[in-house]
Design a protein around this ligand. Structure first.
Ligand SMILES: [Zn+2]
Length: 136
């Protein structure tokens, strides 16, 4: 699925996330004081409230926590894409990090399915994250 018709608007906190996806990497903020990962992008650590955060590439692997398949057209920008499935993935680096993305595999979903991140540039500064079943 390509959401090029409806691009996100990066802000001060999320711009590095979208730019990393455009460059083919999944990066999240990691606290340099307590080592916890923070999601979604924000100016302070969600665990210790430190402002000492650094963008780091993650493995891009995890397991499906939940999902929803959209059958209705809520926006004309996505009319050609329905039905599509969005999954919430529990990241391997930290189990309380749940990252949404489109599901790109054509197999039966279940909780705990191993998945791998896939990135696709939409512009020079914005990339899209999707998840596919991890064959390994
Ligand atoms: Zn912290």
């Amino acid at each position: 699925m390509s959401a090029a018709a409806m691009l996100p608007i990066p802000d001060r906190d999320s711009e590095p996330y979208w730019a990393a996806l455009a460059s083919g990497r999944l990066e999240l903020q990691q606290c340099l004081d307590c080592s916890h990962w923070t999601w979604p992008p924000r100016p302070i650590c969600s665990f210790c409230q430190s402002e000492n955060l650094s963008w780091q590439e993650v493995a891009g692997t995890g397991e499906v926590h939940s999902w929803v398949t959209t059958h209705n057209v809520y926006s004309a920008a996505f009319a050609q894409l329905v039905p599509y499935t969005t999954v919430l993935v529990r990241l391997d680096e930290q189990p309380d990090i749940l990252i949404p993305g489109q599901f790109g595999s054509n197999i039966q979903l279940y909780q705990g399915l191993r998945v791998r991140a896939r990135t696709q540039p939409l512009t020079d500064q914005i990339g899209e994250l999707s998840w596919e079943a991890d064959a390994r």
